[in-house]
Design a protein around this ligand. Sequence first.
Ligand code: SF4
Length: 757
Amino acid sequence: MAENIDEELHVSAPKTVAVGLPAVRHSMQLAFNEMGVKRTAITLSSLNQVKGFDCPSCAWPDQAPGERSHAEFCENGAKAVAWEATRSRVDREFFATHSVDELRRADDYSLEHHGRLTEPMYLAPGATHYTPISWDDALALCAARLRALPDANRAVFYTSGRASNEAAFLYQLLARRLGTNNLPDCSNMCHESSGAALSETIGVGKGTVSLQDITDHADLIVIVGQNPGTNHPRMLSALETAKRRGARIVAVNPLPEAGLVRFKNPQKARGLIGRGTTLTDRYLAVRVNGDLALFAGVNKALLAREEASPGTVFDHAFLDRYCDGLDEAIQGWRDLNWTDLELASGLARDEFEAFAADVVAAERVVVCWAMGITQHRNAVATIREIVNFLLLRGNIGRPGAGPSPIRGHSNVQGDRTMGVWEKMPDEFLDRLRDEFHFEPPRRHGFDTVNAIRAMRDGRVDVFFALGGNFVAATPDTDVTQSAMAACQLTVHVATKLNRSHLWHGREALLLPCLSRSERDVQPSGEQFVTVEDSMAMVHSSKGRLEPGSEELRSEVAIIAGLGDALFGEDVGWREMGRDYRKIRAHIENVIPGFEDYEERVGEAGGFVLPRGPHDSRTFATATGKARFTRNLVDTVSVPEGHLLLQSVRSHDQFNTTVYGLDDRYRGIKGGRRVVFVNEADLAERGLRDGDVVDLVSVWSDGERYARGFRAVAYPTPKGCAAAYFPEVNVLVPLDSTAIGSNTPTSKSIVIRIEPAS
Ligand code: SF4
């Protein structure tokens, strides 16, 4: 019998409707369990409210100030807040009782479920248990290790997308003041491919669409490689509004996700007692990694329609004035043949033609996407082809039209805007120099994959993580765990215990920080922080709850304290830690678009950052034009007898945080070691639904195993499979990354399935 199989696992048919009363029940259940009734009322009544705190989960934007409901959150927002505002604690007694070795054997859900960290903890060289340490000693130790480095580039400063703008700005300043650009972040693993493709083609690495473009203006909303029902649930309300207004939705996804099919809005009568709102009008069940072929194919179909009736499909006024490279792209589409496109996409020619007809019938088109597009070897080419698709009919820089990569973490976009990137341009570094009077390093640093390589190869002594769960979020789990263990010191700023804290360096520090929902009081008074959502809206966030322990410090205070311990007063670390207005004043001077920062972020709902393509059809590209590209339409080659696996989240999960063991919409209850496979693929391998199997990924350096998964016959395209991360991250080779962005290819892993050994 295979090891670690989920005994309580129960499988039923996938759902075809999302949210509804079950979402309310599940949200409140977890909230009351973790926080109790009173705390639940306090937290959820201020979540995503104008004077409240920002949801620490995804980066879906908030409604305009006057349009927010009293319950301005979704099921996963409520879970995220409850998970951090829990009354459970992980204190010194807990660590005295549980050795690191013992804790390593626990699953990710159990680790975090123990509760909030309460004070700084230290793991001495050779020790088996974490022990308490004072803040002064912890920061002094960390500063001493950093100061002792022979080269600042032997330190790595990782950021999870939860860090506020103020914390992120101070963090990049600290790393650069020390002398390194080693600033990998979770964006390297999520929308780096979007940033690379959009910067090249439209001159800005972000989406150009506002929430109102979707709710009030778009005629056609194309949702690609995204599962909003679980990963951006409030998006369903926006889609419902658009549908009620007459918009159409095309969904492109290998899996029939309930949140793309029908939505029961519990804040509306029709959602409580009626059938709710049907969302998707056309569902394109593309094969895994088939999106590039789909968009190249639909562009080819649009070209044929234009050539059949010139001037009726392409927006020539826009193309002539704002674009270049079209002829080259057209030649590329001409050279494609439909048989290859059908094979590569898993779709039939008439599905391409039907999609093209939807596009031609629509005046204004928005394309939304997420990891289903960005974590593939050809991801950058796919996003460039999506831009081609939008440019052909001038679907950018006007209401209801444009590209919209939807961010998975609440401030991942803000962190990048603040300078958390291993390759910030000289313009930014020049302004940083002028503002703080030191010469920042110019050599590009390590992104996430290169940081793991450097740690593995003994080229990193100090690994510092501002939030996140590095070991669980990254690919090639066994390699990453050993890479962490190869460091001299590992430091984690965190709210709860997680796997990364247990795969530590020679010595380790755990520095507990405030959560978003907790009040942050500094010597100058109560502080607020700011964040930036997927649509470039910058707004404030102010906690309401008393901190879970007196020993908790804010992310800003921790970084300012370390800066002070390392450099003394220097650029004003202490002052910035005491009063965040001082940080925002520096941000205003260093980062374009933050003029009158304090005043504008004080307004209800905050302000939107400049987006040239949206605001004025200005394209800050190499040619000053929006750029068409010709893309090689390739797909991952899958050897005979193998499948293409995509890693996905369950509905009880946010990134690597596991709130529970159910995936309600996909019919999974009580377990996570499941693999969704097309029934015919199981039969061809002499397997059936319910069998226990091992997953084996194949790469040039050998095979990787993930053992003991329950096979679930599922309506995914033939040749494709899906399973949850972090459980299958062990199958993703470190060197398997996207061309042009170095993002791990977690959405297309070549595997074989065999009976469990
Ligand atoms: S949609 Fe995202 S940001 Fe909004 S409440 Fe839900 S999880 Fe939080």
